[in-house]
Design a protein around this ligand. Structure first.
Ligand code: SER
Length: 317
């Protein structure tokens, strides 16, 4: 029997494309998309959709019972930049939603959980280059703290209660379908939209800020791959390091200029610079590559070409 999936936070940047992919893999009717509101009409109209508050345990539980759900992807979160503006809200949403889902899994209602962590678990004392899987994690953002603590709880629920929870530390994710909301790596998405719309972009990070990034197709593949892996192959139950490419704002601008020589880039770092400066510039993901055969496909050139092609279609049609 195909598993019955609930995606919480389905209208977000990753949730949107994850919903499409999971519906391809498991059948439209086996994937229930949910979010706090119906802001994304294509998604609402493309298959089963419920309005669900990730902070409401009973609402999640009722939804799981009503739809016979056995697997949850918990994609709702307040990201790094928004979290600094609303620290208590970030703590409330990011932690309580995770406890709700872990407790449903502990009770046996749910058999498998995906919960995303982030490079934000790292901090200024973490080795910046090729950051190892097991290393110092002293995050400086509320978002990073929620992800670090969440990782410990995932490990705890796995070890003490046998909960099958799987997690990835996503780098910055670049996509053309849904906009990211409130992250420090968002510049690497905005830049492509502005390149097509205005021919120029002002970066809120300095030209030499090197951060780990990934194209959405790779992120979605990683997510479906880790969820399909045999449980006994997974040696990490906190969260796996995951890596594809690293680049600076100057390098992404250069990759755009290679296709659009007239593109202009300027720099005006804001409060997000300090967050970016506390994060690694590259990640060692050899454990993910060994345990569940992770590998990425998109480099910077291929990603830029795909982003510009798709966004031209979007804005020029
Ligand atoms: N993209 C996220 C952020 O910038 C990192 O997980 O907050």
């Amino acid at each position: 029997m195909s598993s019955k999936i609930l995606i919480i936070g389905a209208c977000g940047q990753i949730g949107t494309e994850l919903t499409t992919k999971l519906r391809e893999l498991h059948g439209v009717d086996n994937v229930i998309a949910s979010d706090i509101n119906t802001r994304k009409l294509e998604l609402v109209n493309s298959g089963p959709f419920v309005i669900l508050d990730a902070k409401n345990f009973n609402a999640i539980k009722d939804c799981c019972i009503n739809h016979n759900i056995d697997t949850i992807y918990l994609m709702a979160a307040l990201l790094s930049a928004t979290g600094e503006k609303y620290p208590m809200e970030a703590w409330d949403l990011n932690m309580n939603s995770l406890f709700h889902v872990l407790n449903l899994a502990k009770s046996g209602q749910i058999k498998k959980v995906f919960w995303p962590s982030s490079i934000a678990v790292f901090g200024p004392t973490t080795p910046r280059e090729n950051t190892p899987q097991h290393t110092i994690c002293e995050p400086t953002t509320v978002y990073g703290i929620t992800k670090q603590v969440g990782e410990r709880w995932c490990q705890y629920y796995h070890d003490k209660y046998g909960v099958d929870v799987r997690s990835i530390r996503y780098p910055g994710i670049i996509s053309h379908k849904a906009m990211p909301g409130g992250g420090t790596t968002d510049y690497a998405v905005e830049i492509y939209h502005e390149a097509i719309k205005e021919g120029k972009y002002e970066s809120f990070l300095s030209e030499d800020t090197n951060l780990p990034m990934m194209f959405m197709d790779d992120a979605i593949n990683a997510t479906t791959q880790i969820m399909a892996a045999p449980a006994e192959d997974l040696t990490i139950r906190s969260s796996y390091n995951l890596s594809a490419i690293s680049f600076t704002p100057e390098e992404i601008a250069d990759s755009i200029k290679a296709e659009m020589p007239e593109f202009k880039m300027t720099y005006k770092p804001d409060f997000r610079q300090a967050i970016a400066d506390s994060w690694p510039s590259s990640i060692d993901d050899s454990v993910a590559r060994k345990d569940w055969n992770w590998s990425h496909d998109f480099d910077l050139k291929k990603m830029t070409s795909e982003m510009l092609t798709q966004l031209k279609k979007k804005y020029q049609s």
